[in-house]
Design a protein around this ligand. Structure first.
Ligand code: NAG
Length: 223
């Protein structure tokens, strides 16, 4: 709820946005539903439990559900862009304006990604030629989930675009590249954020607080 509240506060500032939230469970949750409703953001809230056979990285069944929802409900030809957003990342609002004009596939740097201070596409003469990233020699697209967006047209032109849910054990960080290899080559990449020189998203993590009981009292609030 803390992550979603903060993320809703970010998304509230983004124009023409539809937020698809997928609950990793058999049912949706009424607290989450209330939060989404109160946020005033246009949203869809669906439930998709991770299937027992799924051994891919977390969230792939849920992302596939969202993609299916888009394939079923998005009006064909209506211009739109899809972005997979973690609720605990930190977003500069300029990111959403950058991705809005994605023709096919766009990319940009991601801070604190994959144990590196910064992962980013390497841009030469306005074209992405390689990646400065963990395991970049093993991936066509060495990009984090937070580092790309696709135009919805791609979801029709290469239907069905889905994430792998069954992958060999010990296959690190391949979800993004395997997803994008279904539709795109490196030639297709549109570098955003001033030719990938700016950072507009950070891979931050919320940790569980070390709660201590019996310490709260009413305090004055200074803002
Ligand atoms: C990116 O680089 C290309 C080639 O050098 C240049 O033409 C273009 O204006 C640059 N784009 C931005 C947004 O700086």
């Amino acid at each position: 709820m803390a992550d979603l509240t903060r993320f809703a506060n970010t998304l509230r500032n983004v124009r023409r946005l539809h937020w698809i939230v997928v609950e990793d469970w058999t049912f949706t949750n009424h607290n989450v539903h209330d939060l989404l409703h109160t946020s005033n953001i246009s949203f869809t809230y669906i439930a998709q439990a991770t299937r027992e056979t799924s051994n891919a990285s977390k969230g792939n069944d849920q992302k596939n559900s969202a993609l299916e929802w888009i394939n079923k409900n998005h009006r064909f030809g209506e211009p739109a862009v899809v972005y997979f957003a973690d609720d605990d990342n930190t977003y500069d609002l300029r990111l959403f304006e950058e991705m809005r004009y994605t023709k096919k596939l766009s990319m940009w740097p991601v801070g604190f990604s994959g144990a590196m201070r910064l992962e980013k596409p390497i841009v030469k003469d306005g074209k992405v030629t390689n990646f400065s990233a963990w395991w970049s020699n093993h991936r066509v697209f060495a990009v984090d989930m937070a580092g790309f967006a696709i135009n919805t047209n791609v979801l029709w032109d290469y239907y069905p675009m889905r994430f792998e849910t069954i992958v060999p054990a010990k296959t690190c960080c391949m979800a993004e590249t395997h997803f994008l290899e279904q539709c795109c080559t490196r030639e297709d990449i549109e570098p955003k954020a001033d030719n990938c020189t700016k950072v507009y998203v950070w891979h931050t993590k919320t940790v569980k607080p070390g709660l201590r009981v019996g310490q709260s009292k009413n305090e004055d609030i200074y803002v």
